[in-house]
Design a protein around this ligand. Sequence first.
Ligand SMILES: Cc1cc2nc3c(=O)[nH]c(=O)nc-3n(C[C@H](O)[C@H](O)[C@H](O)COP(=O)(O)OP(=O)(O)OC[C@H]3O[C@@H](n4cnc5c(N)ncnc54)[C@H](O)[C@@H]3O)c2cc1C
Length: 418
Amino acid sequence: MTDNVDVVIVGAGSAGLSAAKTAAGQGLTFVVVEASHRIGGRAYTEEFAQGQPFDLGCHWMHSASLNPFVGIADKHGFNYRKDGDWVRGVHHHGAWLDEEQGKKFDALAEANNKAIAAAAEAGDDTPISELIDLDSPWAAYHAYWFSLGVSRDIDQTGAVDVSAYNDTDENWPVLEGYGALVAAWASDVPVTLNAAVDRIGLTADGVEVETSRGTINGRTALVTVSTNILSSGRIVFEPGLPDWKMTAAQELPLGVHNRIGVLLDHNPLAGGARDFATVMREDDEVPFAIELGPYGYSYAVGVTGGRFGSWLERAGRAASVEHLVENMRAVWGSDIVKHVTDRVIVTAWEGDLWTLGSYSAATPGNAHQRVELAKPIDDRIFFAGEATSPDFFSTCHGAYFSGIRAIDEISAVLSDKA
Ligand SMILES: Cc1cc2nc3c(=O)[nH]c(=O)nc-3n(C[C@H](O)[C@H](O)[C@H](O)COP(=O)(O)OP(=O)(O)OC[C@H]3O[C@@H](n4cnc5c(N)ncnc54)[C@H](O)[C@@H]3O)c2cc1C
């Protein structure tokens, strides 16, 4: 590892990788140190079978017209699907919602969103649970979709943070995998893998970063690890991080969003069938969204969020697969189960050693902590990562933009010192 670099970049997720590319473009010297055996962090694709990619982390290019990964996908020959082609439906207590029920369902979503936007506009950071209509028969569905959007439950996040997100309502999935796209885009970035940082100290004129593979000296450090890793204290800072910085990390916790996949022996749905169901069986209190055979692939994927996602993760892999299969049976009938193979992929992001969760959501009253989290310490320790993004937090492209922002700050400080 090169020593005495301009910046030591901690973490090779989307933020660290875009920081490295920006640093290279600006002529700064840098080292990227990554604790795990691979780059990408929460952007990670595996193959179910040959030619059947499955995203364990990010999958959708959100706010696509403002998302740099759309252009990156074009450049690297990746395909994506523009939204609108899904045959979606809500399967409630054994039957699909009819047109009339569907209208009421959509009207509730609209009313809820209006109430949240009005509270945010008034600067009132009330928990979402106090703003939306919980008496509606469809309330559980809307609470569930919130838990997927922010990875925490409706009582755990407030109107201001939710409304600060710049949502253009264009969510384009990457067919070959968003994780694979990030890996292809960053394949030219030199990264030292299996190098967990355990201490960052200030020296007389720079920083000293201790990793499991040796110590690196630099003029600055850029920390891109998740807020839950920062809060865990696993990286020791000397001197310790000030209280305001620790508070910012703690008030922007990562919740849980997991993806549960099973490979089928073929895609049994005929064209035009509903292939994207949000289902709630009679005895369940939390709905569950399932895509069956997305993009012609022969697997099914179900998604969980919030406390239920956390509970199911702890219940384990077999319980997660059973939850998916039994919900598939409820929607598409018993025959579907005959096509399920024993090849499964089940994520467990809360237990992931180097992330400790899925993505950040501000606790009520703490939307402003994103600005605090992004502030440097002593013009030598800088911060990036999705949680520092003011408008695209919790996303891969938000992390990307934060890496550029942080290197611009570092460049300005280093040129002032020159
Ligand atoms: C299930 C799931 C679904 C998602 N869906 C979407 C989606 O559809 N669209 C979207 O845009 N976003 C989505 N996201 C969010 C998106 O993946 C993240 O916001 C983004 O990838 C975070 O990038 P980052 O660089 O901030 O952090 P990370 O990707 O977490 O990168 C930080 C890196 O730091 C490393 N690290 C940690 N500790 C240390 C240490 N001590 N020393 C050195 N390295 C360390 C980690 O290993 C990691 O590689 C999803 C996330 C999950 C989990």
